[in-house]
Design a protein around this ligand. Structure first.
Ligand SMILES: Nc1ncnc2c1ncn2[C@@H]1O[C@H](COP(=O)(O)OP(=O)(O)OP(=O)(O)O)[C@@H](O)[C@H]1O
Ligand SMILES: [Mg+2]
Length: 501
């Protein structure tokens, strides 16, 4: 086959891939042209990341064909795809936390990346790439010191350090708060103008409609349609994803709050994640949303209350008794559960979905130290159905689930612990729009049952939908506490950027 001028930059022709009995991709064809953004949408488990892994050379044994500029290609490895100008940002971050940014750049290089000369070169390359994305980070900084959002941006900078013909991004903004995701979208628009063909996956509708030239929807591994974005409505998109008409979420009645559950005074955290001093109260059944951009201290606050943040001082009371958490064990013993923003901190991929879900509540199932498998199953099954957890079975290893379904597993684990205080760092990260409404219903129900919820979200709509009050932080400092009825997204955003109430 010969390359032609008007051939798509990249085409997939009749691609299928099965994992055991799961048909992750079933005869999918789609293409992306130079200078085009092609969004791939679909529910959790629809096959989006599998498609990305086919393009990236990360899956050898698929059927069908891949064409680059009209020529059939078959990548033997991810490195082979990179060498052909295919840059991929995977859903799960891949930087090595113990290495510096520059050494992570070096890792992506062929040859002898850690020779003195190569290291100097990769340090310079890293500095240039960071600069290009306007990231104020030193190449020598060790990655584990970076926030999740910073890691995501560094990962993108690294992918763009080499010449790129096709850029493939799997939920690149799922960990990013508004200003950072806007920065990323601006970058995508610029790369598109440079003639790069972009395949982009996202669960965020705003983003899809801002960026997409064309949208393809996958459902159960099949392509439902490919449409020009400007001829597509939101309802049509969501209906195609879920396979039925989109229903709007019902808003549940709020119960009155109970007694003060958590009292925090003089809460501070030392730099680099400086926070405070903060003082606030949270009542039983109340949901407090914490709004803040990267570096605002919102995540640090959650970890301070769980007891696994460094340099924290605080006077805390839980249900009227002094509370001095120092990590998972003491927090769980007092009925405090945390969902961390990086799900690899909470999901053990080799363990079954069932055991992941019940890990934090083992004592409840086995008072005598014996696991009661039947009881576990009876408790997990209805809740997993409710939030549309898609897994071959509860016994499948969690590592075989799609990203959004791993997130649901982590969430189940927190909920099954029946906490008094639930700390959630970006609870619906990577969860599709349909399941998100179910998760919201579930959290409202948990709150009605008397659980206090303190959560952070990178999604402003979610903050306003779930919170009884929103606490706004900027650069570690208190800005305001506001009822959602008095907020709109523009005002919230300006407060988060450090504006005045
Ligand atoms: N390594 C694997 N082993 C077994 N099954 C897998 C594996 N990877 C993916 N699957 C299955 O393939 C299907 C598609 O998964 P994929 O990760 O492509 O979904 P996705 O559309 O990216 O979902 P999400 O929005 O949750 O990220 C799922 O049913 C998933 O459980
Ligand atoms: Mg995925």
């Amino acid at each position: 086959m010969t390359a032609t001028g008007d051939a798509p930059r990249l085409a997939l022709v009749d691609v299928s891939k099965a994992f055991g009995s799961t048909r992750a991709l079933d005869g999918v064809s789609l293409d992306v042209h130079a200078g085009e953004v092609h969004v791939v949408a679909g529910e959790n488990g629809a096959g989006k990341s599998t498609l990305i892994r086919v393009i990236a050379g990360a899956l050898g044994d698929f059927s069908g064909e891949l064409r680059l500029d009209g020529r059939a290609v078959r990548f033997a490895s991810p490195a082979a795809a990179v060498a052909q100008g295919i840059a991929t940002i995977h859903q799960e971050l891949s930087l090595v936390p113990a290495l510096s940014i520059a050494d992570n750049f070096a890792l992506a290089e062929p040859g002898h990346p850690f020779s003195l000369r190569a290291r100097r070169a990769s340090r310079e390359r890293a500095a240039r790439a960071l600069h290009r994305l306007a990231l104020a980070l030193e190449p020598d900084v060790v990655v584990e010191r970076l926030s999740v959002a910073e890691r995501q941006l560094v990962e993108i900078a690294r992918a763009l350090a080499a010449p790129v013909r096709v850029l493939v991004m799997d939920e690149p903004t799922s960990a990013l708060a508004e200003p950072d995701s806007v920065r990323l979208m601006t970058l995508v628009e610029r790369l598109k103008q440079d003639g790069i063909g972009i395949v982009y996956i996202s669960h965020r509708l705003d983003e899809i409609f801002r960026l997409a030239d064309r949208v393809s929807v996958l459902r159960d591994g099949r392509r439902v349609f490919t449409r020009a974005a400007r001829e597509l409505t939101r309802d049509e998109l969501v209906s195609a994803m879920v396979g039925r008409a989109a229903s709007s979420a019902k808003v549940a009645q709020k119960a009155p709050f109970g007694a003060v559950r958590l009292r925090a005074r003089s809460l501070t955290a030392a730099p680099p994640q400086a926070l405070g001093p903060l003082a606030f109260e949270l009542r039983a059944g109340e949901t407090l949303g914490v709004a803040g951009v990267e570096g605002s201290g919102a995540s640090t606050l959650l970890h301070a209350l769980f007891g696994d943040a460094r340099g924290v001082h605080a006077e805390l009371e839980l249900d009227g008794a002094a509370y001095a958490p120092d990590g998972a064990r003491t927090a769980f013993a007092r009925g405090v559960a945390l969902l961390a923003s990086d799900r690899r901190d909470s999901v053990l991929s080799a363990l079954s979905v069932l055991h992941n879900a019940t890990l934090s509540s083992l004592r409840a199932w086995s008072p005598a130290g014996l696991l009661r498998d039947g009881d576990e199953r009876r408790a997990v099954a209805p809740e997993s159905t409710r939030i549309k957890l898609k897994s071959p079975s509860l016994d499948a290893p969690a590592g075989a689930l799609s990203g959004g379904n791993q997130q649901k597993t982590a969430l189940l684990r927190c909920l099954l612990a029946r906490p008094r205080l639930l700390l959630l760092d970006d609870p619906t990260r990577g969860i599709d729009v349909a399941a998100r409404a179910d998760v919201h219903d579930l959290l409202r129900e948990v709150a009605r049952g008397g659980t206090s919820i303190l959560f952070r979200s990178t999604d402003l709509g979610e903050l306003m939908a779930l919170s009884d009050r929103v606490l706004v932080l900027a650069r570690g400092r208190y800005v305001a506490t506001i009822a959602p009825s008095e907020l709109d997204e523009a005002r919230l955003l300006s407060l988060m950027m450090g504006g005045t109430a």
